[in-house]
Design a binder for this molecule. Structure first.
Ligand code: ADP
Ligand code: TYD
Length: 212
């Protein structure tokens, strides 16, 4: 059965502007009278919130496989508790990160088996895929400058070595290069420009869904 709602993910490295775009999109879609749920991975559900704290603060005590499985646990709970009910209610869901982040960070970044991650992600997500993904492409030097300016306490991921960031960033490029339902956005554009470009694409998709 086709879901009534629309699942949109936003991906990119830390500091690329995902959460800014997610909030901007919520505003512009609500202005077009759509019901929007803004969510994220990790940490949207009460369980996810606990997992997020573990993942951000206890990195040295978590091996790479366990790290992935904690993200997968967060994802399973996120789909069960937030995404599937919202899709059934016909909402537009904007998720700041989703399954592709695990492929980029745990697969390309940490070197875990990518096929295993893809398969486990599908299982955790009940075989639901995002309808559309925005990949905000930004070089990691600019992203890191923005993270520093943002001034929040750095997470364990944000203090990783440069080589890790290069693998993650190249990984995202590889994931999205031949994917159909992906829009690649230039992270150096202003938030307003990105908001306009992304809003147009979502409205097009919503319209094509009602025309079917
Ligand atoms: P992410 O969610 O990808 O980590 P954020 O949305 O938190 O990124 O953005 C990181 C920082 O960069 C914030 O201080 C934000 O205000 C700023 N920022 C976000 N998008 C842009 C943009 N397109 N141009 C310039 N600065 C931006
Ligand atoms: P968060 O504060 O949400 O990052 P952002 O700066 O993008 O807002 O922290 C989430 C961190 O977890 C981020 O560094 C990316 C990482 N991550 C993974 O390694 N694998 C995953 O599957 C997900 C969803 C996130």
């Amino acid at each position: 059965m086709k879901n009534k709602g629309l699942l949109v993910s936003i991906e990119g490295i830390d500091g690329s502007g995902k959460s800014s775009l997610a909030h901007a999109l919520q505003k512009s879609l609500e202005a077009h009278d759509h019901q929007v749920i803004l969510t994220k991975e990790p940490g949207d559900t009460p369980l996810g919130h606990q997992l997020r704290i573990l993942l951000h603060e206890a990195k040295n005590d978590i091996c790479d496989k366990a790290e992935y499985l904690l993200f997968a646990a967060d994802r399973a709970q996120h789909f069960e508790q937030t995404i599937i009910p919202a899709l059934e209610e016909g909402k537009v869901i904007i998720s700041d990160r989703l399954d592709d982040s695990s492929v980029a960070y745990q697969g390309y970044g940490r070197g875990l088996d990518i096929d295993m991650i893809i398969q486990t992600n599908e299982w955790a997500m009940g075989n639901i895929k995002s309808d559309l993904t925005f990949y905000i492409k930004l070089d990691f030097t600019t992203a890191l400058e923005r993270i520093m300016q943002r001034g929040n306490k750095l997470t364990s991921f944000e203090t990783e070595e440069k080589q890790f960031w290069k693998r993650v960033s190249d990984g995202f490029d590889k994931i999205f290069i031949n994917r159909k339902n992906v829009i690649i956005l230039d992270g150096k554009e202003s938030i307003e420009t990105l908001q306009k470009q992304a809003t147009v694409k979502i409205l097009e998709l919503l319209k094509s869904g009602t025309d079917e």
